[in-house]
Design a protein around this ligand. Structure first.
Ligand SMILES: Nc1ncnc2c1ncn2[C@@H]1O[C@H](COP(=O)(O)OP(=O)(O)OP(=O)(O)O)[C@@H](O)[C@H]1O
Ligand SMILES: [Mg+2]
Length: 293
């Protein structure tokens, strides 16, 4: 809507996990390098965790690009609310296994065949499960069993489980001890630091066609970082709304007043926010009000 006004070639703050906009903060760079290393070195189980909106799916999309470029076969499951039957069906579908997709036995046989063939060619196969914190125990157990397939050079299938921090807690459960023990690499994504948030905003604007941005002044970016608590998805939503406000006001510079309004509309809360203070005051006032029958 505002792209022409600011001269953007595309929207800078889309909410899609588009690798073209990938900003390589130190931790994102390290996590991606770990994932690639884990796949290349056939490490078996890799876990990627991070709070909601910190960039896990975007990172997996970058890994997907890497695997496609390297012609590595992979299955990418992004819906984890599935039972064991659906799990095997989805793997068979993604890897295009020549078998009846509804028969677990046939899928396992065809998968094994593929893994052995790939290993003979010096290649590997990858299974990625996003939102893995939602996986049922039964499916996690099947995943553990798949991870047992190996030859003398390493694991035949590399399994990447990505999810919110609950995933780590789930893997701590006594019945998942065996799976937990097999996890060789762990990566964690934290919210952005102030420096990262500033570079992140600038890199997205640059990618959209504005290399030396002046839309978000330094002090405004510091305030955006504080109020979004460094979470990339929230930064995107706030910046998108700010650009819309500036467009509506026919100005090319966003202000703290606009940010106040955007945060109010988004009902955003952050440590020390006025909304939080006001809610606390209201709750206290309610407690002081004598009960009336
Ligand atoms: N390093 C990054 N570079 C560019 N954009 C990013 C980065 N990290 C996150 N984003 C952006 O933030 C938004 C949320 O990212 P993403 O969907 O990958 O988060 P997530 O951790 O998978 O969230 P959820 O826990 O809800 O699944 C997306 O719009 C994505 O483009
Ligand atoms: Mg995600």
């Amino acid at each position: 809507m505002y792209n022409a006004f600011f001269g953007f070639s595309e929207s800078p703050f889309n909410l899609s996990p588009d690798p073209a906009f990938f900003y390589r903060s130190e931790q994102h760079e390290e996590a991606l390098a770990n994932l690639v290393y884990g796949v290349q070195a056939r490490k078996g189980f890799i876990v990627l965790t991070g709070e909601v909106g910190t960039g896990k799916t975007t990172m997996l999309e970058c890994l997907r690009d890497y695997m496609e470029a390297q012609f590595i076969e992979f299955a990418f499951l992004f819906n984890s609310r599935i039972n064991a039957e659906q799990f095997f069906e989805m793997i068979a579908y993604d890897l295009d296994l020549p078998c009846s997709r509804t028969s677990k036995t046939e899928v396992l046989f065809a998968l094994n065949q593929l893994l052995v063939e790939q290993a003979q060619d010096g290649r590997t196969v990858v299974l990625i499960v996003d939102e893995a914190h939602n996986l049922e125990w039964e499916v996690l157990e099947e995943i553990r069993l798949l991870g047992n397939l190996e030859n003398r050079n390493g694991k035949l299938i590399q399994i990447i489980l990505a999810g919110q921090p609950e995933l780590d807690r789930k893997l701590d459960a006594p019945n998942l001890r065996q799976l937990k023990q097999r996890i060789v690499l762990r990566c964690n994504l934290q919210p952005f630091t102030l420096r990262d948030a500033v570079e992140y905003i600038e890199s997205r604007l640059e990618h959209a066609g504005m290399p030396n941005q002046s839309v978000f002044p330094e002090e405004l970016m510091a305030e955006i970082h504080l109020r979004t608590q460094g979470i990339p998805r929230v930064i995107n939503a706030v910046c998108d709304n700010l650009l819309l406000s500036a467009f509506a006001a026919e100005t090319k510079t966003c202000t703290v007043e606009m940010l106040d309004e955007v945060c109010e509309d988004m009902r955003l809360e952050w440590p020390g926010s006025r909304r939080r203070a006001r809610m606390r005051e209201e709750a206290e006032a309610l407690q002081r009000t004598p009960f009336q029958a």
